[in-house]
Design a protein around this ligand. Sequence first.
Ligand SMILES: [Zn+2]
Length: 291
Amino acid sequence: MGVMRVRKTGELFPGAHEPLVNKQVFDRVQMILEGKTVDRVVRHDFTFRRMLRCTGCERSLIGELQKGHVYYRCQTRQCPTKTIREEIVDSAVSRMLSLLELGPHELEHATQWMRNAHTDEHAYREKELQAATLRLDSVRSRVHRLTDAFIDGLLEKTLFEQRKNALVGEEGETREMIQRLNGGSSIGLQQMEEFLELVKNAPFVYKHANAAEKREMLRSLVSNLRVTDRNVSLEPKPGVHILINRPRIAYGAPSRGVHRTWNGILEALLKVFTASSDERQPSIKTLKAAA
Ligand SMILES: [Zn+2]
């Protein structure tokens, strides 16, 4: 939650380098002045809007339609990154998703493992509750330390407020988590189950999803989509990373070995989802970028 708030302010006040008239408006005015016909602007829902970041200047690429093709363009003039075609991004995403797809044997193991885990759910829940309580304590003492630093004049006001807001957001999130855990089930198991549900048919779901659904899907699977020149690189989230790099099961492999391998994979996944709320914490770097 903290991250989103900080990011939003960052985008609302994009800094002093911003030209007074944005390039699109400027271009349209030029076209009208030159007497070229200007079609009414048709709003197009660009699939990757605000999701592609230019490696050169760290800004979002902006979608545009050209002769029936969608391109994303970096708006920074001096940048080596100019445009990237939507198909290139789309196929990079599909390639990643196909690595996530679970085979029938894998699915069988995962389903059985989840079933067993649910019978021990209270044990998982207790562990998560302990971790969440520790985290709440740590957030509180960080707020105190931060406030002390501010009072002692070691921190300027804007930075203090940003960090404090982030911590307040984290505190709220942790409280919410404790409440949910007290309500009964293990959040880690639940999130892991949703994740497995999402990835098991990922390529198929993605193929039939609309733009908004694709974005939603990507947000839960990758933390970054970066464009360098004409290439796109995806930074998978930790759970996705585990599945992409999992050992593949050969047909006819001895079942005891397969069992052990998959137990390892699923335990690693659960660890990710039990700790996943930490992932949302804004790093100092993000905060600086937004300042
Ligand atoms: Zn750029």
